[in-house]
Design a protein around this ligand. Structure first.
Ligand code: MG
Length: 256
């Protein structure tokens, strides 16, 4: 099942997407819901980020090929960081390069959407707390990341966490092809089977320290092939069996 969050006129709602039609649901996908019978053609709505997380948790150095390209050792445990709720944007939105940065990198990632309150989840029980999967981008101001001792602004700036286009509830996250294209050219091509810590291990590790809330997102790390994007560029992250998330890049308008 594909669950979308959408805007039609001034109305924002969630719905089930099938064959180019969105059928509105009575609640959010994080509570019991019914279909309302109200339908919209996909072309008549604007898709939004498919969830509204209280926090996005990013995983660093989680693909073997990416760890190699960065010249780092294979980690013994996952390192995670936070992207605030205000970093989330949706399909078709812009990633705005933050002030002071000249190197804004794309990182295409599988995004896990949490279904229910999750704390100290046992290994192998991740399925009980995961609603589904979507495409994510961990936009990173690489130059700011290098000079700062924490990644608060380099990875947490506004618009640094595009998510979408919808939540696929039936994907198996263990071996999905992930392709990132910049202006139509393939820049990242890998599979989620290259993860050092899989989704199950990540949920167990993170939830041992941090309670995950419905709608929270874990960005599971990026494969090899990261690189810079410039204002005016078009970026897409496509994940097999899920869909394709497309955004554009803009430069900071500066202070106002
Ligand atoms: Mg990343």
């Amino acid at each position: 099942m594909r669950l979308a969050r959408f805007k039609h006129g001034n109305r924002i709602a969630y719905g089930i997407l099938q064959d180019g039609v969105v059928e509105e649901i009575s609640s959010t996908p994080f509570l019991p819901f019914d279909v309302t019978g109200v339908t919209y053609d996909l072309q008549d709505v604007r898709l939004l980020s498919p969830c509204v997380p209280s926090k996005v948790i990013g995983i660093a150095m989680n693909y073997r090929d990416h760890v190699e390209e960065m010249g780092k050792p294979i980690p013994d445990y996952p390192t995670f960081f936070y992207k605030p709720s205000t970093s989330v944007v949706g399909p078709g939105d812009r990633v705005v390069r933050p002030p002071g940065s000249k190197q804004l990198d794309y990182e295409g990632e599988l995004a896990v959407v949490v279904a229910s309150v999750a704390r100290s989840v046992s290994l192998g029980r991740y399925d009980e707390v995961v609603l589904g999967y979507t495409c994510g981008i961990d936009a990173t101001a690489r130059d700011l990341q290098r000079i700062d001792s924490q990644w608060g602004r380099a990875k947490g700036f506004d618009s640094s966490a595009p998510l979408g286009p919808w939540i696929e509830t039936e994907a198996d996250p263990s071996n999905l092809v992930l392709t990132t294209k910049l202006n139509g050219e393939v820049r990242q091509s890998s599979t989620t089977s290259m993860m050092i810590f899989n989704v199950s291990a990540l949920i167990t590790f993170v939830s041992a320290y941090v309670t995950l809330l419905p709608g929270d997102v874990i960005l599971t790390g990026t494969p090899a092939g990261i690189g810079p994007m410039e204002p005016g560029d078009q970026l897409s992250v496509e994940i097999e069996g899920i869909g394709s998330l497309e955004v554009s890049v803009a430069d900071s308008p500066g202070p106002r």
